[in-house]
Design a binder for this molecule. Structure first.
Ligand code: THU
Length: 115
């Protein structure tokens, strides 16, 4: 979240994924002067995980300092689903830690999948 590039929204977000191997991949939101071209913290974290050669998310944490409890946006729920299961835990956090833990299945029921 400290690294977020948010000159437009001033709404920094941080995300961390723990992968199958136990490694942790962090991400922040990165905005753009052409607003729709910016992307979310969860998306940055997924990119870091995939570039490192990993494909399975074991656990997710998301935090935004301006919200008591942030939940991933719809697009990020679908992106997380690509590498996680309905049982994967998603920790909704504030500066002090976990506020609520839900599953990806809670956040994205009846998700689109090609299988
Ligand atoms: N944002 C995230 O990074 N993750 C979310 O799950 C929700 C929204 C970012 C996008 C944008 O940079 C800012 O928060 C305000 O919408």
């Amino acid at each position: 979240m400290r690294q977020a590039h948010v000159p437009y929204s001033h709404f920094p977000v941080g995300a961390a994924l723990r992968s199958e191997s136990g490694a942790i991949f962090a991400g922040c939101n990165i905005e753009n002067a052409s607003y729709p071209e910016g992307w979310c913290a969860e998306t940055s974290a997924i990119a870091h995980m995939v570039v490192a050669g990993e494909r399975t998310i074991a656990e997710v944490a998301v935090v935004a300092e301006k919200m008591a409890r942030i939940t991933p946006c719809g697009g990020c729920r679908q992106r997380l689903k690509e590498f996680a299961s309905p049982e994967t835990r998603v920790h909704l956090c504030d500066a002090d830690g976990i506020v609520e833990t839900v599953t990806l299945g809670d956040l994205l029921p009846k998700a689109f999948a090609l299988d």
